[in-house]
Design a protein around this ligand. Structure first.
Ligand code: ZN
Length: 93
């Protein structure tokens, strides 16, 4: 239960302790909350690892932010927003 291991955050390099069985915790608590949690909603663990690696390599954490929502080929966010807006207006009128 209290079997903690020390890891280094891939993003900031800070050391942090995590339970040994929580192998998915590859970032410090702060960056887990900031990047991992939002990414996990639409990405697999492996995809997130790759994205973090890429972001560090490119020195551009915005790569992670841009992936918080999966871009869809058939309905770009703009169209989805305007459609839901018109739906909203339709319901209201
Ligand atoms: Zn960190």
């Amino acid at each position: 239960m209290n079997n903690l291991v020390e890891r280094k955050c891939s993003i900031c390099g800070d050391s942090y302790s995590v339970p040994k069985n929580e192998t998915w915790k590859i970032l410090c608590p702060k960056h887990t909350e900031e990047y991992y949690i939002p990414l996990r909603r639409c990405k697999s663990y492996r995809e997130i690892c790759n994205l973090i690696e890429l972001a560090i390599l490119m020195n551009d954490l915005d790569i992670l932010r841009r992936n918080f929502r999966r871009p869809s080929m058939s309905s770009p966010p703009g169209i989805r927003v305007s459609r839901s807006l018109s739906e909203l207006l339709h319901i209201k009128s």
